[in-house]
Design a protein around this ligand. Structure first.
Ligand code: GLU
Length: 450
């Protein structure tokens, strides 16, 4: 590794003690940047890497709220405004009990380069809370969102910082937060949030965009080998927003998704999942996969407590799309997938494969698309939502989907050509990291020591 990167990694670890996910995300990036620093000595001379690793601003705040029984709870809210050199801070909010400053920093760091890779004018940020929405009533969710926004609103703005959803935050939560923002500021500033409802400033295809993009990217990778998703058996992890629409697009592109999961277990439908029923039960009725499986009767197997990747042995899948959460796919499961006919992986979640799992895929020469590239369709369509809000326009579904496809193909092309330029053909991790980093680094140099 280039000496500048070694020194910076040591300093990141020292300055951010115990933040292991953040260290992991930085390490993964640094592993691919040595040649960039060789080619651009000015990046090291002017401490670009050091500056990029330090967030521009980190906000931590108390979120008090009252549950339906009158009990008071105190959660912690975060927003890490990481880098605004390419545009306003942009990135989602995650509500999950596991959220710490570490989580938000790793996600914010990834977001900088993902957003740069889209080619659209968006900086990088991320936020959230350790609030657990599971089992909470609608009224409780609303009170939490209102309290969260009562502090966060002062840091937001369509030209400053524009949040969206992530795990635990969908259109319902964005509605409550946007409503509170509007009320406090007395401004109908539609572009301050993305992922809004279609009747009040939201963009068509935003809901589908992350998952659609993952499947489109996968198909593009397969095309480089003269292949496609047609007839491929696919395992998806998760059953949230990303997973559901990845499943939909895989089916549209001719593949068959045979398994998916939630936090309680996994389902295996050997002839393919029933997407319509899944969407109805997971997205509309907010039920569990065990309910879905029971309703499918003999067509579906439910495995309580099983990690979906362990189904690799029976699913005979050629494609794996991890769409649940970070570090969900480990070395052991990667080996099992490879031994059972895997040819491609695309990350719908952020950092779902552990470094050891990635090594297994790379050694086996599996096509591997990192989250920064594969799941960028979500945030890219958020940028399209911002464009529509700024011009007070609303594009058709077809127009927006066409743009999403073009953006995903553009990201794929950027990964492929950058990897070739750096003597690592087919290495999508290097391609994505370097293409994203160079764009951010060049802009930082142009703007002086900021
Ligand atoms: N949370 C999503 C991501 O990880 C979307 C962010 C956004 O649309 O701002 O990229």
């Amino acid at each position: 590794m280039h000496s500048n990167l070694v020194a910076n990694f040591d300093s990141v670890v020292k300055r951010n003690p115990g933040e292991t996910e953040f260290h992991q995300a930085v390490k993964e990036m640094f592993d691919t940047l040595s040649d960039v620093l060789e080619r651009h000595p000015e990046f090291a001379r002017l401490s670009v890497v050091e500056r990029i690793c330090e967030p521009e601003r980190q906000i931590i705040f108390r979120v008090p709220w009252m549950d339906d029984s009158g009990k008071v709870h105190v959660n912690r809210g975060f927003r890490v405004e990481f880098n605004s050199v390419l545009g306003p801070y942009k990135g989602g909010l995650r509500f999950h009990p596991s959220v710490t400053l570490d989580t938000v920093k790793f996600l914010g760091f990834e977001q900088i380069f993902k957003n740069a890779l889209t080619g659209l004018p968006i900086g990088g940020g991320k936020g959230g809370s350790d609030f657990d929405p599971k089992g909470r009533s609608d009224a409780e969710i609303m009170r939490f969102c209102q309290s969260f926004m009562t502090e966060l609103y002062r840091h937001l703005g369509e030209y400053t910082d524009v949040p969206a959803g992530d795990i635990g935050v969908g259109a319902r939560e964005i509605g409550y937060m946007f409503g509170q923002y509007k009320r406090i500021t007395n401004r109908y500033e539609a572009g301050v949030f993305t992922g809004k409802g279609l009747e009040w400033g939201g963009a068509r295809v935003r809901k589908e965009a992350t998952g659609f993009g993952v499947a489109i990217f996968t198909n593009e990778m397969l095309k480089t080998k003269g292949d496609s998703l047609v007839g491929k058996r696919v395992i998806v992890s998760g059953s949230g927003n990303v997973a559901l629409y990845a499943i939909k697009k895989v089916h549209q592109l001719g593949g068959v998704v045979v398994a998916c999961s939630d936090s309680a277990g996994s389902v295996f439908d050997k002839d393919g999942l029933d997407l319509e029923l899944l969407v109805q039960m997971k997205e509309v009725e907010r039920l569990r996969l065990s309910d879905y499986s029971a309703k499918r009767g003999g067509l579906s197997e439910y495995h309580e407590g099983l990690n979906v990747w362990e189904l690799a042995g029976v699913a005979s899948a050629q494609v794996a799309l991890p769409c649940a959460t970070q570090n969900e796919l480990h070395e052991k499961e990667a080996k099992l997938l490879v031994a059972n006919g895997l040819i491609a992986v695309a990350e719908g979640a952020n950092m779902p494969s552990t470094p050891d799992a990635i090594r297994v895929f790379q050694q086996a020469k599996i096509l591997f698309a990192p989250g920064k590239a594969a799941n960028a369709g979500g945030v890219a369509t958020s940028a399209l939502e911002m464009q529509q809000n700024a011009s007070r326009q609303s594009w058709s579904y077809e127009e927006t989907e066409k743009r999403l496809e073009e953006i995903m193909r553009g990201i794929h092309e950027a990964c492929v050509t950058t990897a070739e330029e750096y003597g690592a053909p087919g290495d999508y991790i290097l391609g994505a990291n370097v293409a994203g980093f160079e764009r951010v680094a060049r802009a930082m140099l142009a703007m002086g020591v900021i």
